[in-house]
Design a protein around this ligand. Sequence first.
Ligand code: NAP
Length: 285
Amino acid sequence: MPAQYIDGKAIAAQLREELKQEVQSIREKGYEPKLAVVLVGDDPASVVYARSKEKAAKNVGIAFELCHLPENSTETAVLALIDRLNRDDTVHGIMVELPLPKHIAKQKVMAAVDPLKDVDGMHPLNRGNLLADQPGLVPATPLSCIALLERSGVEISGKRTVLVGRGETVGKPLFFLLLKRNATVTVCHTRTKDLAAEVRRGEIIVVAAGKAGLVTKEMVAPGAVVIDAGINEGEDGKLVGDVRTAEVAEVAGLISPVPGGVGACTTVLIFANVIKGLKLQKGLA
Ligand code: NAP
């Protein structure tokens, strides 16, 4: 029987409605939630992402400030901006658009963001909190993978779960989120000896490698749940994931497509992080 597709757009709409209600109740407590996006230079994709976040913020009732610095800004100037936003009580979330220009050290900038305003969840303290199972901010993409699984009624506990990718933004944080939910997790990467054999053992398979077409039908056990977090440009310029969706759908039980899967929920969950951060800052959590 062919797989059922997970409707990421419908799940994103659900998450958005819940978030709007939460924003409303935060506003009733007298707070005006606000996200500041730091954009250095004019990387066309980053400019588009920043603008689309502005629209999405408005849609959920979160105020938005775009802090756009020129490409030739010094690292000191970027750090000074972060410091200003950290100390600004009206800003509850800070997001740094990547990539930063080469002369600016990404790790230094990420570590300068107040951990309670770090909506990317990339500050060392937040990464440590995730590892130690303590409250903190977690990156939106792995949260999106979990939302797709949980809201599709997939039982995670005890399941043989294979994660393809150990990247800092998706694979690694997702490993801890899955472990917290009692999955039995195998993490694969470029040094994995027999990727197909490892993936085939998965009852749940999550792919975050950034390689179009990496996961084929032969690698997937009948009935497995497949979540594709990959974002790649296909041959025709269209957005594709890491999984050969059409052929894998012939064997999988449930599959999330690209587009319309993980990516659909990620932006909403970034805004959810603004509210989570605000609550942590104000002692409302
Ligand atoms: P990353 O840091 O580049 O990590 C990629 C991981 O995949 C690495 O661990 C790498 O192994 C592994 N990998 C690459 N090719 C492989 C192969 N042929 N076989 C096995 N493993 C392989 O990437 P990331 O930042 O975590 O992002 C992962 C993907 O998610 C990308 O496609 C990115 O665009 C996408 N993404 C999606 C969203 C969304 O909202 N949907 C948001 C952010 C990122 P090594 O560690 O051995 O190099």
